[in-house]
Design a protein around this ligand. Structure first.
Ligand SMILES: *[C@@H]1O[C@H](CO)[C@@H](O)[C@H](O)[C@H]1NC(C)=O
Ligand SMILES: *[C@@H]1O[C@H](CO)[C@@H](O)[C@H](O)[C@H]1NC(C)=O
Ligand SMILES: *[C@@H]1O[C@H](CO)[C@@H](O)[C@H](O)[C@H]1NC(C)=O
Ligand SMILES: [Mg+2]
Length: 261
């Protein structure tokens, strides 16, 4: 059990916890806790947190800074319960079914774009301690966490990664993390089970102040100009899949914790 005991107190109403073995183990998967039934808290006056989440995932609700206060419990239960993992599983199953159905020319130029945070790696251990997105983003605290290289994989994405490699599709990681976090990112990817990639693209200084959409679509264009074919693109933010070229198909993983514009 990698969740620290302090936060398990927060979750004490959810499940029986065992605090004796609190050593963090990067190879451990994201644990499934028992979610509360029902649709969670209600926003004033009358939309439920599950409707809010649907609005977020469908990109009807945009440019939000933090999750609604009333939905902190709901988002926590969603992320740590079965639903997040089941929703993620549907995304990767569709992605693999699509890739597996293609008749690809195996010339080494087929790539699949993977975002990193909340796609290949999970920051859940961090967000558990920061109210699942209820606190304003704290770059200092978040970067300290990233520098520890302790993020587990999102297991569904790791499975997709391995299956795509077996089809001869190469992985390209495209992340909003800066070049200064290359070393910790490489270390973390390897520890989490991602052992090889064609490219790891981090945000260079020439993109500072530019939007995520501009940065990521420019980098995808660069890849295509180098002769790569972007077969698919998986990520947790709409800013990862807007802007041309997107890649032949895009797959959006759930993320009700934060919004990147
Ligand atoms: C797959 O592509 C190859 C080469 O483009 C072609 O010869 C073959 O007929 C295709 N197979 C199917 C099942 O479409
Ligand atoms: C942000 O995180 C740092 C490092 O943990 C902490 O010292 C600082 O107080 C935090 N800032 C705010 C506004 O919470
Ligand atoms: C990807 O899209 C391009 C441009 O629309 C198309 O030519 C190509 O056949 C597509 N590839 C696959 C694998 O669907
Ligand atoms: Mg992400």
């Amino acid at each position: 059990m990698w969740l620290p005991c302090t936060l398990l107190i927060f979750l004490a109403t959810l499940t029986v916890v065992n605090c004796q073995n609190s050593a963090f183990d990067i190879t451990n998967q994201i644990y499934l806790l028992r979610p509360k039934s029902g649709s969670g808290g209600h926003l004033i006056p009358e939309i439920s947190c599950s409707s809010w989440r649907l609005g977020v995932e469908a990109h009807n609700i945009i440019d939000w800074k933090q999750i609604p206060t009333e939905c902190s419990d709901y988002v926590g239960h969603y992320m740590l319960g079965k639903q997040y993992r089941e929703d993620s599983k549907v995304v990767v199953s569709e992605a693999f079914a699509y890739a597996n159905g293609l008749n690809l020319t195996n010339d080494g130029n087929n790539v699949w774009i993977f975002d990193i945070d909340e796609t290949t790696l999970s920051n859940l251990p961090y967000y558990v301690e920061h109210g699942f997105g209820i606190e304003p983003y704290n770059a200092t605290a978040f970067n300290e966490w990233v520098d520890r290289s302790e993020e587990p994989s999102l297991p569904e994405s790791l499975e997709l990664y391995n299956k795509l490699l077996s089809l001869g599709i190469k992985a390209v990681f495209l992340t909003g993390r800066g070049e200064d976090q290359r070393e910790v990112t490489v270390k973390n990817l390897k520890q989490a089970g991602y052992h090889t990639w064609e490219k790891l693209i981090l945000k260079g200084s020439s993109f500072s102040g530019k939007s995520a959409v501009f940065y990521k679509s420019t980098e995808r264009k660069n890849l295509e100009e180098k002769g790569y074919r972007i077969i698919g693109n998986i990520d947790d933010q709409w800013s990862d899949l807007l802007g041309t070229p997107t890649g032949n198909r895009t797959f959006k993983l759930p993320d009700p914790m934060y919004y990147i514009g």
